[in-house]
Structure formats: C-alpha cells, structure tokens
Design a protein around this ligand. Structure first.
Ligand SMILES: O=C(O)CCC(=O)C(=O)O
Ligand SMILES: [Fe+2]
Length: 356
C-alpha cells in the first residue's frame, strides 16, 4: 500500500529529547518525518539566537559588496570550489538558477599532493573578502554551532531508526559546506509571476542539510514535492531550521529514508537563505555505504512503498566512481567547468563525457 502523501512539513521539538517523558514521542515523530516525508523543521535546537541573527544581519551588506570585491573571491579561483558565484552561473534541470551565492566550508588547510586521490583536493581554505573580518568570525561561529547540532541530531535519527545513537557518526567528513544565498527580486517590469530560483533537485552534496530561511515570513519561495507529485510550501518559521535528507543518507539507509525533491521560486521580494550541508567522508565506498546497515534496514518494517518506488536514484550508486569523494568531485567539475579545466585537467574530459 502506498503511504499517504504529506501536505505539511512536521516540526520536531528537539527540547523533547532531554526529558524521559517526551523522548519516545519525539522519536516517533522523527521516525515518521524520516520515512514518510523526508523534510522536517527542528525547533528548540539549541543554536544561540545571537549566532543566527549575526549571520542574517550580515547578508544584505555582503551581497551589496562591489562586483570587484565579489570577483576577488570568485569560486572559479578555487580548487576547493569555495567562493562567490554570480546569478545564472549554475543550471538545474537545464535552466539557469536566478541566485548568487558565497560558498564556505569548515576552515581547513589543503593537504592534497600528487599521489593522493584527487578528491582530497576538495579539502582546503575558504576565500574571505578582504576588509570584512567580522564576516569570517560570524560564519565560523555558525559552522561550529551547526556542526554540533548536526552531530546531536544524527544520534536522535539513529535512535528513531532503532539503531544505537553513534551509528551514523563514522560516516561524517572533516569538511562541512555552507552557502550564503541571495535570490534577487524579480525586476518590476518582468511579466512572470515567478522564476526558477533553484530548480527541482535532491541535495547531492551532503549527508543532511540544515537550512536557515533568512528572510521574513512573508517572503515565500521554498517548496517540496510530496508523493502525489504536488508542490507543498515550506513557510518561514522563525526560530527553526528546515532539515532534509541528502542522497548519501538515502543510500546508507537502503532507501528507507528518502532524499526529497525541492525547489525555490523567486518572486516579487528578494530572499536570503543559508543551507548547511553536513559532509560525508570522501573515502566512503559504495560497498560500505550500501552494505553497512543492509541487514538492519531489510529487517525493519519501515518502507511501505512499492519496490519500484523504493529504488534509489543516486548518481553515486549509478556512476563509475567508487568513492563518495570522487563522485562529488565529478559533480563539482561538471557544474563549475572553469575550475575543472584549471585544476582537474587530467580528469576533466572523462568527467564531462562519462554520462553515457
Ligand atoms: O534557498 C533555499 O531555501 C534552498 C536552497 C537549496 O535547496 C539548495 O541550495 O540546495
Ligand atoms: Fe537543496
């Protein structure tokens, strides 16, 4: 029997985890959200309001920086795919996304050298715009808090899926990524009601995504696809993060927890958002990802979808490359071809042409 389709995104109150009398209710709600929806909000998440507000307040000034300053930290200068990219520089589903973004990650040194797998070069330092030291401290504090929230959340997810709390920690990377995103308002003379902010997609770059909708509640845009094929609004709820499953997590749970398709429509108001992509260990292999918890998930009566619906649609599984890191590098090279040509010339042609 097919599962009922959702019309609302569940809210999971993380403060319920601290109390024995509410803990099992929390785990039941979480299990439903994980297996039937794939999208949820977390409230009472413990990330200090000041850390969030400082980041939200930094966004308008950041995106108003001169073109020259943005160019000085352009993503195309970075072998680690970190930095600024302008409106229209990314496509989703063959259409231009109407958004600009700064991509940052956990601050790390570059440790790659010839002889190591190429994907190790994804690890490396951020590009910080000169003259804005407060941006660096604000983003670093936010990444620290979200890293901790992500780890705490994973333990609850494991328990909700009848696994020991630490089960998912060994899959984590040393590098988590974060994007500061600006969707400009539609120009007043644009005849369209909305345009593609980012087209329909599943999050391919991480384990779990924690999204801060950084504009006031009247600014709409984010939508998620339910099982009946309808787009459901994900309104801004102050004090929450929107949390969704990334494709690697779907693979490791053998499809019991699905990465859900979502999109952003841009409209009459500009919109800001900050997705934090919890990173997956680059050396995770397909056999480890599929095999580690296979017995557990095939014994658990979790998915009520048909076999067909249960199939995992993952570039990582379908592709030629055995590690998560290499399949990530391929995705990055394909979406940022200038970086690919400059820094990964030895695999560029292969990565671009291997979709047959
Ligand atoms: O801006 C948003 O609300 C969502 C962005 C998103 O889905 C993404 O960057 O993967
Ligand atoms: Fe996304």
């Amino acid at each position: 029997m097919a599962a009922a389709s959702f019309n609302e995104i569940p809210i999971i109150d993380l403060s319920q985890a601290d109390d024995k009398s509410t803990n099992s209710k929390l785990l039941d709600n979480l299990r439903y959200a994980l297996t039937e929806v794939g999208f949820l909000y977390v409230s009472n998440h413990g990330v200090p309001g000041t850390t969030i507000d400082e980041l939200i307040n930094a966004l308008p000034t950041l995106f108003k920086l001169d073109k020259e300053v943005k160019k000085s930290v352009a993503l195309e200068n970075s072998p680690h795919f970190l930095g600024y990219s302008g409106v229209g520089s990314e496509n989703t589903g063959g259409k231009e996304d109407q958004r600009e973004q700064f991509e940052f990650a956990t601050e790390l040194t570059e440790t790659w050298h010839p002889g190591l797998p190429l994907c190790e070069r994804l690890r490396g330092p951020n590009q910080w715009p000169k003259g804005h030291p407060e941006l660096r401290s604000t983003v670093e504090a936010y990444i620290r808090e979200l890293t901790a929230l992500g780890e705490r959340f994973l333990d609850l997810v494991a328990q909700a899926l009848s696994l020991p709390p630490g089960t998912f920690q060994p899959f984590l990377s040393d590098q988590h990524r974060l994007k500061l995103v600006h969707y400009p308002a539609l120009p007043a003379d644009d005849p369209a009601i909305s345009r593609q902010g980012v087209g329909p997609h599943k999050d391919s770059s991480g384990w779990w995504t924690f999204l801060l909708q950084a504009s006031p509640p009247e600014v709409k845009g984010l939508q998620v696809l339910n099982k009946a094929g309808e787009w459901v609004d994900v309104p801004v709820i102050p004090g929450t993060f929107v949390v969704n499953i990334g494709q690697a997590f779907e693979v490791v749970t053998n499809g019991a927890c699905k990465a859900t398709t979502h999109r952003v429509l841009s409209g009459p108001h500009e919109r800001y958002s900050v997705p934090f992509f919890q990173g997956v260990r680059r050396n995770l292999t397909k056999s480890e990802a599929v095999g580690s918890l296979k017995a557990h998930f095939s014994s658990l009566d979790i998915s009520r979808e048909s076999e067909e619906g249960h199939a995992i649609d993952s570039a990582f599984l379908k592709g030629k490359y055995d590690t998560w890191g290499e399949s990530q590098l391929r995705t990055k090279v394909r979406s940022h071809r200038e970086n690919g040509k400059k820094f990964y010339s030895e695999v560029y042609d292969q990565y671009i042409n291997d979709d047959a």
